[in-house]
Design a protein around this ligand. Structure first.
Ligand SMILES: NS(=O)(=O)c1c(F)cccc1F
Ligand SMILES: [Zn+2]
Length: 260
């Protein structure tokens, strides 16, 4: 059933009731302090091999809009940086705010961005399935990319033009051969730390890799995300999908490392 959301009655401050790990020792997102992040020379560059990317569909799961990928082999992986082996691309999705409001999950010295893109990868070397990896401490690697409002993003149109097809919770439509490489900023410099899923079940299974450089998207493009609904077609009360972000969580002694 509907056991969590982003509203007053089911939002992030209440998730601990059904998901006690919400108060755990490695929860995400966090506020990143660049001055405190230690530059670790042993941290190499991350490598994204997205060339043979195979997107399948785009869906509204009632919490975000998600693009799923074919992950039966290692055609699309992230490797290098803090990772000991390649992690397979499974899906990407976004978190965003209301009109004129901020909506990123990670913040940088208290500054939040308009939105945050998450590219979710899993450790198929050590685990059989995404589900199994999602509960393992080294199971997932999520690449976080900040979106700030500014110029139009030429490739984001492919996604925003498809959003009207998945307006309602539970809707899904074909979305083939989209390569998320076109959503990357020019620099792959990053911060990295050990954390969790930012939505229930909040498993502490994520190696976070957050890119320092945001990408620019237009306010008009952002407004198209806000025409999505949290609610299904059959529900009479229509709730606009916005502010679907969890606020920063306690660092609890964790170290954030910087690629440079
Ligand atoms: N937000 S997040 O990137 O932590 C995330 C995942 F990694 C996996 C599933 C859902 C989800 F929301
Ligand atoms: Zn996310």
């Amino acid at each position: 059933g509907h056991d969590w959301g982003y509203g007053v009655e089911d939002g992030p401050s209440l998730w601990h009731q059904n998901y006690p790990i919400a108060k755990g020792s490695r929860q995400s997102p966090i506020d990143i302090l660049p001055q405190t992040a230690s530059h670790d020379p042993s941290l190499g560059p991350i490598a994204l091999k997205y060339d043979q990317c195979t997107s399948i569909n785009i869906a509204n799961n009632g919490h975000s809009v998600v693009v799923e990928f074919e992950d039966s082999d290692d055609r699309s992986v992230i490797q290098g940086g803090p990772l000991d082996n390649p992690y397979r691309l499974k899906q990407f999705h976004f978190h965003w705010g209301g009109k004129g409001c901020r909506g990123s999950e990670h913040t940088v010295e208290g500054h939040s961005y308009a939105s945050e893109l998450h590219l979710v990868h899993w450790n198929a070397v050590k685990y059989e399935t995404f589900g199994e990896a999602a509960t393992a401490p080294d199971g997932l690697a999520v690449l976080g990319i900040f979106l700030e409002t500014g110029d139009d993003h030429r490739w984001l149109h492919t996604i925003t033009d498809a959003l009207y097809m998945v307006k309602f919770k539970g809707s899904v439509t074909n979305f083939k051969s989209f390569n998320p490489k076109c959503l990357l900023p020019s620099s792959l410099h990053y911060w990295t730390y050990l954390g969790s899923l930012t939505t229930p079940p909040l498993h502490e299974s994520v190696t976070w890799i957050v890119l320092k450089e945001p990408i620019a998207v237009s306010e008009k493009q952002m407004s198209k995300f806000r025409m999505l609904l949290f609610t299904g077609e059959e529900e009479d009360q229509r709730m606009r999908m916005e502010n679907n972000f969890r606020p920063p969580q306690p660092l609890k002694g964790r170290k954030v490392r910087s690629s440079n």
